[in-house]
Design a protein around this ligand. Structure first.
Ligand SMILES: C=CC1=C(C)c2cc3[nH]c(cc4nc(cc5[nH]c(cc1n2)c(C)c5CCC(=O)O)C(CCC(=O)O)=C4C)c(C)c3C=C
Ligand SMILES: [Fe+2]
Ligand SMILES: [Fe+2]
Length: 340
């Protein structure tokens, strides 16, 4: 019904709904040099990711990095590409997570998903939420451990978009959940399922987290501390089964020092010490992606086996499995308290 006091040319503003915006890192549109280059250019131009002053960084980025890295990364993406859907595994799983959460939330909230870099865009997601009448929105950056490089970057982009809106929605953001009982319980169950499926006992279990530059930790980014806490809580939860569980850090880029111990060096060291059987999980990732499927389950496996290791297994992420969806729903409902 038209409000008699509303000017005739005033736009209609649907309202009264709660929205949830799931945001994952983002991924290239194709496993090709051009698509990976576009993705990396956006990702690595983010000042939250590379803090170097732009006049110093951009010539390096647009020089050697965007000349050589896209070819190497495209080859890696091609190895894990979802050929059926013609998209990267991260996109397939992110969509399934959003569909699972939407079903679990029912009429309580409208769920949309977006990528921080690339497609589907956060801008499009906000447009959809607005069109649906969502005037209260939970921004859920899909990272258990907070880092400025990931979570703050999602929030930066969200507020850049909100800056252009005349009538902004009310906003909540998901806090870190690296020590949440439901997350630790999900990881514990995933390790137990993996162990039950093996006919061998691992001598070491590696919780391998994506690393960040050591300088960011020194300046106050809490990410590594939160990773260490996740491992400690998981180890406590696993009891005797968690013996030999340690934190390691993977995916470092460039020559600067990153937070360690480095996953690849650790498996070489373990193999050199005579360790023959290891299990690896990746708790910083809620969805399997290039960094788990290729870097851990292919490259790291090869590193360990060619250094003398004999048995290697990888524990998949929680993904859109019932445990993954139940975690997303629990966290979402907790943060929407008072709104739904
Ligand atoms: C889990 C959290 C992540 C943190 C922290 C993180 C920091 C970080 N990453 C780079 C550089 C790259 N990361 C790349 C891939 C990638 N990174 C994460 C997550 C975190 N990154 C994910 C989930 C993925 C996989 C995306 C996919 O499509 O599957 C890549 C691209 C791949 C490659 O070329 O190797 C780069 C580059 C930096 C510099 C950084 C912190 C400063
Ligand atoms: Fe990364
Ligand atoms: Fe990698």
């Amino acid at each position: 019904m038209t409000d008699p006091l509303r000017p005739a040319d005033h736009p209609a503003n649907p309202q009264g709904k709660v929205g949830v915006l799931l945001v994952h890192l983002g991924t290239p549109d194709a496993p090709t040099y051009g698509a990976v280059r576009r993705y990396l250019a956006e990702f690595l131009s983010d000042p939250r990711v590379v803090e170097m002053p732009k006049p110093l960084w951009l010539p390096v980025l647009y020089g050697p990095i965007l000349t050589f890295r896209p070819a190497r990364s495209a080859r890696a993406y091609a190895k894990v590409w979802n050929r059926e859907a013609d998209e990267s595994p991260l996109r397939t799983i992110s969509r399934a997570q959003a569909e699972g959460l939407a079903a679990a939330m029912g009429d309580d909230a409208h769920v949309v998903w977006a990528a921080r870099y690339g497609n589907p865009s956060m801008e499009g997601a906000f447009e959809e939420l607005k069109a649906k009448g969502c005037d209260r929105i939970l921004i859920f950056a899909l990272y258990p451990q907070y880092s400025a490089t990931t979570v703050a970057s999602v929030h930066d982009e969200a507020f850049r978009i909100l800056k252009k809106m005349r009538w902004q929605p009310a906003i909540r953001t998901m806090p870190a959940f690296h020590d949440h009982a439901h997350y630790i319980g999900g990881l514990k169950a995933s390790v137990e399922t993996a162990l039950a499926g093996l006919d061998w006992q691992p001598e070491a279990i590696l919780a391998s987290y994506h690393s960040i530059p050591k300088a960011y930790w020194d300046k106050g980014d809490p990410y590594p501390c939160q990773c260490f806490k996740t491992t400690r809580l998981l180890k406590e939860a696993l009891g005797a089964k968690g013996e030999g569980l340690i934190s390691t850090f993977q995916s470092r880029v460039g020559p600067t020092e990153w937070v360690g111990p480095y996953t690849d060096r650790k498996v070489e060291e373990l193999a050199a010490r005579g360790v023959k059987r290891i299990l690896v999980l990746a708790p910083a990732f809620l969805a399997d992606c290039l960094e788990t499927l290729e870097e851990i389950n292919m490259e790291l496996r090869h590193t360990f086996l060619s250094a003398g290791g004999e048995k290697f297994d990888y524990v998949p992420c929680l993904n859109a499995d019932p445990a993954g969806i139940s975690l997303l729903e629990t966290l979402t409902r907790e943060e929407l308290a008072g709104w739904i």
